[in-house]
Design a protein around this ligand. Structure first.
Ligand code: ATP
Ligand code: MG
Length: 427
């Protein structure tokens, strides 16, 4: 749905939120009716919030498809035996499991991640070197029994993740894709509007590589500390920021300054960690059995929405980047302009501009203006008797503090055209 009338939207805005909600992203998203809180660390995405989430997903989807990803959707309920085979079922090994009992007897788990099931699935489809490489991904709800839910939708017990898994013949083939994935990730963050403050960082690795790479967005509400060098060409996570690592990069401690950041993505070279125990093998050209080399690539989709809300907001409300806004325009009329405002709404709708029209008859203008700021659409268009008398309407950007522009309708359409061309046709 590209356009909508406020009178039809079931959600409303709130002046305050519960005092226990201390994070800025949750406060604003709850007040604006983008999300609803179910429990600590558990949120529902309401129509406006879902639109933002879907736009983030579409940006990611395009980039994952561009590097050869095939989308699928794996189950949430997990087979205990599969995870026992990799020794990740026991709570002493993985301490964030949500587990449940089947009525018919036996235990199931709610997936915190999907390496085990995806590897098992691929054993049915990968048999020969001709079946490789393969890249699969999904957008899926993950469950993690986090000790503390905090930072609003940035750390929750149920969240949306994009997880991609790569299956390669050998490390060389894997490395090539790994580098591609890094480029794709940068493109994603750029389109989301946080490209200039999101860095690829060196984080602790695993058995098959010394480091994993995280994507960290500078953000005061982030839980992590990253060390950034002067020209921002090298960023190292706190947990690996030691003399040994620095020596490896030929860098010295004094070149770096610590910054608060939020982990918005994490990519890993897994090697044979899962393919070996789950016997994901292929026959090479000489018909000899080889183990598949794997990688995994995560993005915190719902966390990203929280990070964006933290960064792009002010005391009045949200300020969505154009690529993520549920609607490009918040339209309202002042005075006796019902007919003209409605006409403009219809014209913009025909032109493919995403408009939320505040047509509510019983609401004061001041309240509509406040809602326009709280909801954070990139453009506010106001039709007033005064502007109409001059044959014009008023356009104001939500970001920045430029004065409103008085424009003829044609000039308005021209201004909004780029927004339509670039962003208006995604949903
Ligand atoms: P963290 O260190 O923040 O707990 P993680 O390293 O355990 O995260 P991964 O398994 O790498 O997380 O998951 C991939 C991405 O999912 C992370 O980079 C992050 O953006 C997001 N994510 C992880 N845990 C949560 C959570 N509890 N709530 C929301 N998003 C999360
Ligand atoms: Mg991680």
């Amino acid at each position: 749905m590209l356009t909508m009338k406020r009178s039809e939207l079931f959600t409303k805005t709130f002046k305050t939120v519960s005092a226990e909600e201390t994070s800025r992203n949750a406060q604003l998203l709850l007040r604006a009716g983008y999300i609803h809180k179910e429990l600590a660390g558990v949120y529902t995405y309401l129509p406006l919030g879902l639109k933002v989430l879907e736009k983030i997903k579409n940006i990611i989807r395009t980039e994952m498809n561009a590097i050869g990803g095939q989308e699928m959707l794996m189950s949430t309920l997990q087979n205990k035996e599969l995870w026992e085979a990799t020794d990740r079922w026991s709570d002493s090994k993985v301490d964030i499991w949500f587990k449940t009992e089947l009525a018919a007897g036996g235990q199931l788990g709610l997936a915190p991640t999907h390496e085990e099931p995806v590897t098992a699935i691929m054993t049915e489809y990968i048999a020969s070197y001709k079946d490789l490489p393969r890249y699969v991904y999904q957008f899926q709800t993950k469950f993690r029994n986090e000790l503390r839910a905090k930072s609003g939708i940035m750390r929750t017990r149920e969240f949306v993740m994009k997880d991609m898994y790569s299956f390669s013949k050998n490390q060389e083939e894997h490395d090539e894709f790994y580098e591609k994935s890094i480029k794709a990730y940068h493109k994603v963050y750029e389109q989301i509007g946080i490209g200039d403050i999101t860095y690829k960082t060196f984080a602790s690795g695993g058995i098959f590589s010394k480091y994993s790479h995280e994507f960290q967005t500078l953000c005061a509400a982030g839980e992590d500390i990253v060390y950034v060098n002067q020209d921002k060409s090298l960023v190292i996570n706190e947990e690996v920021f030691d003399d040994e690592t620095l020596a490896e990069f030929g860098a010295k401690k004094t070149d770096f300054s610590p910054k608060k950041a939020a982990e918005v993505g994490n990519i890993f070279s897994l090697g044979f960690k899962y393919s070996k125990p789950l016997k994901l093998e292929y026959a090479n050209k000489d018909d000899a059995k080889q183990t598949v080399y794997m990688g995994c690539y995560g993005i915190g989709v719902s966390r990203l929405m929280g990070v964006v809300a933290e960064i792009f907001s002010d005391e009045k409300g949200l300020i969505w980047p154009e690529n993520l806004a549920p609607f490009q325009v918040y339209l309202l009329g002042i005075g006796k302009t019902d007919k003209e405002a409605e006409e403009l709404y219809e014209t913009l709708t025909k032109q493919g501009v995403e408009v939320l029209f505040d047509d509510r008859a019983d609401v004061r203008v001041g309240e509509k203006m406040a809602d326009a700021e709280l909801l954070g659409m990139p453009y506010r268009v106001v039709v007033s008797e005064k502007s109409l008398a001059a044959g014009k309407v008023e356009l104001k950007r939500r970001a920045g503090d430029e004065a409103p522009l008085l424009l003829t309708k044609d000039a308005l359409f021209a201004k909004l055209e780029s927004a339509v061309r670039n962003f208006g046709n995604q949903s």
